[in-house]
Design a protein around this ligand. Structure first.
Ligand code: FPP
Length: 246
């Protein structure tokens, strides 16, 4: 047994988080430290998505949400943005067959608006191929912003009020959550951020209200299965009170 398997064996199988979300940070710094280009850092990051998806499958995590491209990432150079779009397309081509074989459903969290037609098409193919799978969901935050998601939900509700389908008093937390991008996954149990930054960066602002948070200094491409299992171990030591008393 390697160290990762040893840690996995010690985990409480009754307390595996159902939904893990990850802010995959540090690809650029990982690359700089090795004299590589930022694109090489993102490529290494994309390879690690496969490693952590498999780790989730081993433990029985039902939903993994990954922050791959934020609405703020449009502020990066055109060259880096283009290479991230191409990388996403290549990744989906390379791995969606394998995700499909292992019964994983891919979901997109975010907007198609503003993305190149080719990227939208690449994403759509992955979604279509895996549509009926039910083993695990991998949700990719791509062209995603938490505030934008909330504003979009508010607009959709306002439109229903305008059409006379809904009265303002009928708007509850549950109804609001039904208008988010992925209403079936509106609670995150564990939020992980790599690269040592203690920030939320506009990620899943609604869904992380009661999440446990683990921040690790490790850059995303180096965030191994072993470290992932340690993060789950840390999660299992937390007492979740949801605002109440134990
Ligand atoms: C943050 O590192 C990472 C990103 C903005 C992109 C994340 C994308 C991937 C891991 C690859 C594709 C994803 C999937 C799901 C296939 P950074 O560039 O901000 O790093 P830095 O802070 O060190 O500069």
């Amino acid at each position: 047994m390697d160290t990762a398997q040893q840690i996995a064996a010690l985990l409480d199988k009754e307390k595996i988080p159902g939904h893990v979300a990850i802010i995959m940070d540090g690809n650029g710094r990982w690359a700089e430290g090795r004299g590589k280009s930022r694109l090489e850092g993102h490529e290494a990051g994309a390879r690690n998505v496969k490693v952590i998806t498999e780790a989730c499958q081993e433990l029985g995590v039902r939903v993994l949400t990954l922050y791959a491209f934020s609405t703020e990432n449009w502020r990066r150079s055109k060259q880096e943005i283009d290479s991230l779009f191409q990388l996403m397309g290549r990744y989906l081509k390379q791995y969606s067959g394998q995700l499909h074989k292992t019964n994983v459903r891919l979901l997109h969290m975010g907007e198609n608006d503003g993305l190149p037609a080719k990227t939208v098409n690449d994403i759509q193919k992955g979604l279509d191929l895996t549509r009926n799978n039910y083993g695990m969901d991998v949700c990719v935050g791509f062209n995603y912003g938490g505030r934008r998601e909330i504003v979009r939900a508010a607009r959709r509700l306002a439109e229903k009020v305008r059409q006379g389908e809904l009265s303002p008093e009928e708007i509850t937390e549950d109804l609001f959550a039904e208008h988010l991008y992925l209403p079936m996954h509106n609670e995150v149990d564990l939020l992980i951020r790599t690269s040592g930054e203690y920030r939320i960066s506009n990620f899943m602002l609604w869904q992380i209200s009661y999440s446990e948070i683990v921040v690790t200094p490790t850059f995303w491409p180096d965030f191994s299965k072993e470290e992932f299992f340690k993060a789950i171990q840390e999660y299992q030591t937390r007492l979740r009170r949801f605002g109440g008393r134990p």
